[in-house]
Ligand binder design. Structure first.
Ligand code: R5P
Length: 324
């Protein structure tokens, strides 16, 4: 009987959204990004072509869904389609920031659930697996029938905070969606927890008011924890209230620095001592130049996850089972 001894080939590619992060990941994996041509026609349509054979390879396509979000998502769809048609063995979507994750449920009648739609579209394009980081809500993992590996920056931030906190901390959830996350941080840091109540105005997107906060704030160093900072409304509004409630200092950690619209000016003018984010999304020069913003690299966690998937090893062990 003939024996086959297949040698598996792993290839890492990147879309155009966050090349810097993808290059760091590839380097940590001891490889280089695969050669792919990506261009845009005059009317905005996207063209991609892989310049190396991908037949039989396990392919990882890194793309963060940064602004312009729809363009970057479409680019990733098209790359997946090209890989499928070129006989890749497996295709893994690596989306450190998963676009439309905030649209994960209907809050009002006649709204879409766009995060679910995105999951379906990745499957339709030909993805076998999705990898993402600190999703807006964990249940998005169940929005597709293909495996979904969920990473977390929790330990990265906990390590940072445990060496940089100036005094007794209180971990603050800026809204009801982050309560569990705040509890997890508090457990790791042996800290108190507080919860803020925030109201969004339905007449305008990204307009936020933090109305009250429950917990021991007076004299403590407050750390607001959130999945993303978009316009900075949630953060700045919570930070102001915490100061009024007697916090000794206020800082924030947030996995995804979306930092759109007024975010930079709001953060600059706020009472926040620092905002710690990861490099899941690319940053503008203006954001990079703001001393208050500290960036921790998530590349090692992404590289370890890609390696674990490729070698059929546990991903949850990398995150001590807390990547839920
Ligand atoms: C909302 O539920 C999210 O977790 C973030 O708090 C929110 O998306 C941040 O948006 P912004 O910075 O515009 O307030």
């Amino acid at each position: 009987m003939m024996e086959f001894s297949p040698s598996r080939r792993g290839l890492v590619f990147s879309g155009t959204a966050n090349l810097e992060l993808a290059e760091d990941v590839a380097e940590l994996l001891g490889t280089k990004l695969g050669d792919v041509e990506i261009s845009t026609f005059a009317n905005g349509e996207i063209y991609t072509r892989f310049n190396i054979s991908v037949r039989g390879a396990d392919c990882f396509v890194i793309q963060s869904h940064s602004n312009p979000v729809n363009h970057h998502i479409m680019e990733q769809f098209i790359m997946i389609d090209a890989l499928r048609r070129a006989s890749a063995r497996t295709i893994t979507v690596v989306a450190p920031f998963f676009g439309y994750a905030r649209q994960d449920k209907k809050v009002r009648a006649r709204e879409p659930i766009t995060a679910r739609l995105l999951g379906d579209l990745f499957v339709t394009a030909g993805a076998d697996r999705i990898v993402s980081l600190d999703l807006h809500t964990g249940q998005i993992q169940g929005f597709t029938t293909i495996p979904f590996d969920h990473l977390t920056a929790l330990h990265l931030f906990v390590d940072y905070l445990s060496t940089s906190m100036p005094g007794p901390p209180v971990i603050v959830a800026p809204d009801s969606g982050r309560v569990k996350l705040a509890e997890r941080y508090a457990t790791h840091l042996g800290a108190e927890v507080a919860f803020a109540y925030k109201r969004r105005r339905t007449d305008a997107r990204n307009k936020v008011e933090t109305l009250w906060v429950v917990g021991e704030i007076e004299g403590r160093h407050a750390v607001i924890v959130d999945d993303m900072v978009d316009t900075g409304g949630t953060l700045v509004s919570a930070a102001e209230l915490l100061e009024r409630r007697g916090a000794a200092s206020v800082r924030a950690i947030s996995t995804h620095g979306v930092l759109s619209g007024p975010a930079i000016n709001r953060i600059k003018g706020s009472n926040l001592e620092e905002l710690v984010i990861t490099n899941s999304l690319p940053m503008t020069e203006e954001a990079r130049s703001l001393d208050k913003i500290k960036v921790l690299s998530i590349a090692p966690q992404l590289a370890e996850t890609i390696e674990a998937i490729f070698k059929d090893r546990s991903v949850s062990e990398l995150f001590r089972g807390e990547n839920i």
